[in-house]
Design a protein around this ligand. Structure first.
Ligand code: GFB
Length: 314
């Protein structure tokens, strides 16, 4: 991939896509191709195919996806399965048919079995039952992995698949019904501080453990691996460290400067008990995460405060 290669970032306005655009632009890549969802519906095979025929991208970062937190995944199973299957199929097939040189597909750590060994090695894929709250999304992402592998095996198409852990950062979704835990808690603690509320309610028991990677680290890893990784095997991308949701809430409360109580709502699902990725293969590739969690939360909180009016109404 050269600085003047034609690079399509699918999903460029989302959390991951906007991180990728920042990383590519700051590294000097000058020919980035982007389309908003309104301009191009990747779930429409004809639209996807004619876009690739016209634009002829050489490299593709497939970051377009229907994503959401535990409640959104559990509430809209059909949307998560259908939209993600359609996007993956249309983009990977159109990329192959139009001579794309390399495609990078992004999966998720939820593809692994609910009770996988911890930290989770890539070899745990398809060795046991999935976590029920997000099995629909997971099945779609597993299909994406298999599409990339099948196109490589049958046609020699150069595709790689990365499995990021839970991501966060600027540009995240802060809608309390559909967001992931980290942006949800930043917003809840900030609003409680502003309103002088005595408590913040955290979903579930607080006991599940999660690993969080800043999106700028993910983008840096994706760029590194687009340049240096070429294998059919999936590759985990994480920090190698996790904490409980209760510990995360404590950290966010500290960053926001909230003085009240934290309580837990056990009527909300916990989801998978733990999903810490084994990042030894990632480290062996020459890349490691740089942004510490508290520092990353601080930066994300600053971004949230600067964009509060915008994100609160989304
Ligand atoms: O981030 P999250 O929604 O998704 O929830 P998953 C993580 C944990 O945080 C769960 C708890 O145990 C939640 O119950 N939690 C506590 C909260 N308070 C809140 C809150 O206010 N909002 C949210 N959203 N959670 C997702 C999958 O799983 O992870 C996706 O559903 C995807 O498929 C993504 O894989 C990375 O980590 O449980």
């Amino acid at each position: 991939m050269n600085k003047d290669s034609r690079i399509y970032v699918a999903g460029h306005s989302g959390l991951v896509g906007s991180g990728l655009v920042r990383a590519l632009e700051s590294a000097g890549y000058s020919k980035l191709i982007r389309r908003t969802h309104g301009e191009l519906d990747l779930a429409d095979p004809h639209a996807a195919s004619s876009f690739f025929e016209t634009e002829k991208p050489e490299y593709v970062f497939l970051a377009a996806a229907k994503v959401g937190g535990i409640l959104a995944n559990d509430t809209y199973p059909a949307d998560f399965l259908r939209d993600n299957l359609a996007i993956e199929l249309n983009v990977i097939d159109a990329a192959f048919r139009n001579g794309v040189r390399k495609l990078l597909f992004l999966g998720s750590s939820c593809i692994y079995p609910r009770l996988a060994p911890q930290p989770i090695p890539e070899s745990a894929l398809l060795t046991g039952p999935l976590e029920p709250t997000n099995e629909w999304y997971a099945i779609a992402k597993i299909a994406g992995i298999k599409l990339v592998q099948a196109y490589r095996k049958q046609y020699g198409f150069c595709g790689i698949s990365l499995m990021p852990t839970n991501l966060y950062g600027p540009g995240d979704n802060f809608d309390l019904r559909t967001s992931h835990v980290l942006p949800a808690l930043l917003r809840k603690f900030d609003e409680a501080k502003t309103n002088g509320a005595p408590e913040v309610v955290v979903w579930g028991s607080g006991a599940p453990r999660r690993e969080f990677l800043h999106v700028d680290d993910l983008a840096s890893a994706a760029l590194h691996l687009m340049l240096h990784y070429d294998d059919s095997e999936i590759l985990n991308v994480g920090t190698g460290e996790d904490l409980t949701i209760a510990e995360l809430a404590e950290m966010i409360s500290r960053v926001v400067g909230y003085a009240g109580r934290v309580t837990f709502d056990a009527s909300k699902p916990d989801g998978t008990p733990r999903k810490l990725l084994d990042v030894s293969r990632l480290h062996a590739s020459g890349w490691g995460a740089r942004i510490g969690l508290e520092q990353g939360i601080q930066r994300t909180y600053e971004w949230y405060l600067a964009h509060e009016a915008l994100v609160a109404n989304r």
